[in-house]
Design a protein around this ligand. Structure first.
Ligand SMILES: [Zn+2]
Length: 267
């Protein structure tokens, strides 16, 4: 059994066959966290989770998916009260796709509001981060001081950086989320802004109790489905790759990572 800790079944890519895709996925023993990327997609995530066992929702505004949305944190606060909403995300910083000082300021301003919301609600963060690891580490490590109480917790999703960076997040109590990118050949991984071998090093070194599996569907289909629309049921290919590289059984990887996902999101 798996829980896909990061997918977007509410996205328009599934408008033609959403029901079928979800039924097929659940029948294969794969449950999912349906992650919001802006207010509209967060509302849709809640709707989907509300009517379906085996799906939970997360609400948040992605750092650069919808730059036009004027953040109304009250709207997200209202959604967070729903019992099927288990996390704040995906939120974070992305300096790869959006550059320029004004945008970076805007991203930080959005992010800090969601950090506060996570602290206040006690619901963990699903973080998106690209080429902004230093700023993100500083912001999450100071969140406890800023908003009181203990530090924030959560998962750094779609991780593509080095083991050194991963360790810093783990030290702050965060999990690392890996997806189909790990099945891609080294040249593709290198274009994600890192040395080809560094993700392999992350997989080899990371303890299983710090790892979450995800698909980021409809994006990032793992080999052998690369280039086509992704879905949560393909999570097994991510697990297989990790098992193979760590010299563990797939069952063990599935069991341990599912346990982590349940623990983090309280499900
Ligand atoms: Zn995503």
């Amino acid at each position: 059994m798996y829980i896909d800790s990061h997918s977007h079944p509410q996205f328009p890519q599934y408008d033609q066959d959403r029901e079928e895709m979800i039924t097929r996925t659940l029948q294969r023993g794969v449950k999912m966290i349906c992650v919001g990327t802006d207010l509209e997609m967060s509302k849709k995530a809640v709707e989907l989770a509300e009517g379906q066992e085996g799906i939970w929702a997360s609400v948040g505004l992605h750092p650069n998916d919808n730059l036009d949305e004027v953040l109304d944190i009250e709207e997200y606060r209202k959604l967070l009260v729903h019992p099927k909403v288990v996390a704040v995300g995906e939120v974070g910083l992305d300096y790869f796709r959006t550059t320029g000082e004004e945008n970076i300021f805007k991203q930080k301003d959005r992010f800090i509001k969601f950090l506060e919301l996570s602290r206040e609600s006690g619901k963990p963060l699903i973080l998106h981060c690209r080429e902004a690891y230093q700023d993100m580490l500083e912001m999450i490590s100071s969140a406890g001081t800023l908003f009181g109480g203990s530090a924030v917790r959560g998962v750094l999703h779609s991780f593509t950086s080095t083991w050194e960076v991963a360790q810093k997040f783990i030290d702050l109590g965060f999990y690392i989320g890996l997806n189909g990118i790990i099945t891609f050949p080294p040249s593709r991984k290198a274009t994600e802004g890192q040395a080809p071998s560094s993700l392999d090093e992350v997989i080899k070194n990371i303890p299983l109790d710090k790892l979450l599996l995800e698909t980021d569907a409809p994006y990032l289909s793992p080999i052998p489905h690369r280039g086509k629309r992704n879905e949560s049921s393909y999570i097994e290919f991510v697990a297989q790759k990790i098992a193979q590289m760590k010299g563990e059984s797939v069952e063990k990887v599935a069991e341990e990572t599912t346990k982590n996902t349940k623990k983090l999101f309280g499900i």
